[in-house]
Design a protein around this ligand. Structure first.
Ligand code: HEC
Ligand code: HEC
Length: 254
């Protein structure tokens, strides 16, 4: 088609009607785009919130009021995975005996909101209230951690590579200042405890390692201020294995 013919054909009424139709169709489209961008500027910034839990006074009071006796009754639904005495027979499942209340309660809320993904736990928390979680936290925090020949706990498991102990001890006691890794014991105890940090001293090694891998890959991202994701990413794969095995062997400081 020559340029002359093109201009001529644009002038035909058919073309005009087509152009008009396009313009009319575009108006609601432009309108809605303007509208949604206005909404966006009013809404929260598109930053993913790691957890709906904040350590407010109300939250701390709710958790501290947990009733261990109610927790004992509710825990009947948890024993076949986490062990009747809070120590699991499956090394990939976490132990709950001696749990830190704040950490326990936060994880329950994060499963509920989906901030921490686990189909199994999401189902387990679905029927529970925030008060039930506080009662369960009170109960499990009181369970003794001393070994018991009666149960079939997986914990502790001997380290696969005992030469890893040196790597683990260094990280737990001193961290690595050059890579900005604080000592594990400065948040997980016994030196000090950060709100929401669990005890690692009685935890199964396979479970710990899986969590460190999940933090490193970002598939677990419910840690406030990206604390554990950044630490796990800075650790080498061998170091993640070493600390997990060390704690899982019951060698970590209590
Ligand atoms: C069918 C097995 C199963 C049942 C039943 C179950 N859990 Fe769990 N629970 C798991 C698994 C598996 C995980 C680890 C989830 C993951 O992969 O991150 C977990 C994780 C948890 C955690 C997080 C522990 C941590 O250190 O972060 C808590 C707390 C917990 N469960 C409490 C409970 C309570 C309380 C109940 C009963 C109301 C319960 N679970 C019932 C399998 C179960
Ligand atoms: C600055 C404080 C801080 C330091 C240092 C720290 N952690 Fe954590 N860690 C946390 C907090 C807080 C959580 C709980 C995250 C959440 O809310 O889910 C956590 C969670 C974890 C978990 C998940 C446990 C579970 O039961 O699900 C593992 C594993 C872990 N940390 C290992 C380590 C190791 C190993 C080190 C040392 C190399 C370390 N952490 C150093 C604060 C810290």
């Amino acid at each position: 088609m020559s340029p002359v013919n093109q201009t001529a054909s644009l002038r035909t009424p058919v073309r005009w009607r087509a152009t008009l139709a396009v313009v009319l169709l575009a108006i609601p489209l432009l309108w809605s785009r303007g509208d949604s961008s206005a909404q966006q500027s009013n809404a929260e910034p598109p930053v993913r919130v790691p957890s709906n839990v904040a350590w407010t006074h109300e939250t701390l009071v709710l958790i501290s009021r947990g009733d261990a006796f109610r927790g004992l009754i509710l825990a009947r639904r948890c024993g076949h995975c986490h062990g009747e005495e809070g120590f699991s027979a499956v090394p990939a499942f976490p132990n709950l005996a001696g749990a830190v209340r704040l950490s326990f309660w936060k994880q329950m809320e994060d499963f509920r909101s989906g901030k921490r993904a686990s189909p199994v736990m999401q189902e387990a928390v679905a029927a529970l209230s925030t008060r039930d979680s506080a009662d369960l936290a009170a109960y499990y925090s009181m369970l003794p951690t001393a070994s018991d020949p009666q149960d079939n706990r997986a914990f502790p498991q001997a380290m696969q590579d005992p030469s890893h102990a040196q790597i683990a001890i260094r990280l737990i006691l001193f961290g690595d200042g050059q890579r900005g890794i604080p000592p594990c014991q400065s948040c997980h105890g016994p030196v000090s405890y950060v709100n929401g940090a669990p005890l690692l001293a009685h935890q199964n090694g396979s479970y710990l390692q899986e969590q460190l891998e999940n933090f490193a890959s970002g598939s677990r991202s419910n840690d406030i201020n990206v604390r554990m994701r950044s630490i796990a990413r800075h650790l080498k794969a061998e170091e993640r294995t070493a600390v997990s095995e060390y704690y899982g062997a019951g060698l970590g400081p209590e």
